[in-house]
Design a protein around this ligand. Structure first.
Ligand code: ASP
Length: 341
């Protein structure tokens, strides 16, 4: 039987740094030496190819331009590999994984993001396990079909749906959480897949969407927020989409001027999406008086979407050239398993 083939895409981040033996400082990893750093990879019954961003970056510098680059690498290599592993800094991994989930329509192969909190050259690194298991997951098949035909994040023994994930810890090895959707797998002695939580393998050809519209903003509501903040934001020229991060189940202080500014912006064609500041749970506009007005003025309730997925979904939909009404409809339904319906 032919060995499965996995393409490793190195974009940067801590995982790819090694300590310079002379200076002690961290420098980007030379990917040609990957197998020396992680000799365990040689024992895999998997063919591994590597491709690296010309200039690996800290994931804080990721933008839609790099998301397109990743999507293009996958598109160009799609038919030659069984799965893909993207090595990426953890800081914005949830944003990139969310973006790729929308950009890769009809995905039928695993795209597994991973990284680490400590560089792969460090003795206590979490990077080796993350990398090795991510590769195994990207190659995993059952009845000749990939087990994880979706964009996922593997970190510290757990596999999560990418667009459900949020980085919640800057210190612990367990840096990610998927509060509103079950884990896709847990790695112990065996990798236990949560088959019922997995996306279905698409029979349609892969469609890669590369047009993303960055004309969006996030407004976090806080007690004492002044209307001048809201006025300044809705006046941004060319702003097409605004995510408002609200309290609890989608609530905001009852400030009539704030609501009329938002209502005006919506009338002029802006899309406003209501996302909760809580890590877990869902927006339910109208449950409280403090959110009922959002329904009246046409704010869209984001349900249990993460802010990361909301950013990616808005950029993707605004870049799709669909009519405004259609975009609004799509924000309320699940396109890639990003919200619970
Ligand atoms: N700042 C780094 C990055 O996101 C942190 C990490 O790799 O985990 O690229």
């Amino acid at each position: 039987m032919q060995k499965p083939k996995v393409l490793l895409i190195y974009t940067g981040g801590t995982i790819g740094m090694i300590e310079d033996t002379e200076t002690g400082s961290l420098r980007p990893f030379d990917f040609n030496h990957l197998f020396n750093q992680v000799p365990e990879l040689r024992r895999f019954n998997i063919d591994i190819d590597c491709i690296s961003f010309e200039k690996p970056i800290d994931s804080s510098n990721m933008s839609p331009k790099e998301w397109v680059k990743m999507a293009e690498i996958i598109e160009e290599n799609y038919s030659n590999f069984d799965g893909f592993v993207i090595l990426h800094g953890s800081d914005t991994m949830a944003f990139s994984a969310s973006a790729l989930s929308f950009m890769l329509e009809n995905l039928a192969k695993p795209v597994i993001f991973t990284g680490s909190q400590l560089p792969i050259g460090k003795i206590r690194t979490d990077g080796k396990e993350n990398l090795i298991t991510a590769i195994e997951i990207a190659a995993a098949k059952e009845n000749d079909k990939p087990i994880v035909p979706e964009v996922a994040i593997y970190f510290e023994y757990r596999l999560y749906r990418g667009n459900r994930t949020h980085k919640f810890n800057a210190e612990h090895f367990q840096a990610f959480r998927s509060a509103n959707y079950p884990e896709l797998a847990e790695a112990g002695i065996h990798i236990k897949y949560n088959y019922t939580a997995m996306q279905k393998v698409s029979e349609k050809p892969l469609l890669v969407h590369k047009n993303l519209d960055k004309n969006i903003a996030i407004l976090k509501i806080f007690p004492g927020i002044d209307t001048k903040v809201i006025r300044a934001i809705v006046k941004i020229p060319e702003l097409k989409g605004l995510i408002i991060e609200t309290f609890g189940a989608g609530n905001a202080p009852v400030i009539p001027e704030m609501f009329s500014l938002l209502a005006d912006a919506i009338k002029k064609g802006m899309i406003i999406l209501n996302v909760t500041q809580c890590n877990s749970g869902s927006v339910e506009q109208g449950r409280y008086e403090t959110s009922a007005i959002f329904n009246q003025i046409g704010v869209i309730g984001g349900k249990d979407i993460t802010t990361e997925a909301a950013v990616a979904k808005l950029m993707f939909l605004l870049g799709s050239n669909l009519p405004l009404l259609e975009i609004k409809k799509m924000l309320s339904v699940s396109l890639r398993g990003e919200i619970t319906e």
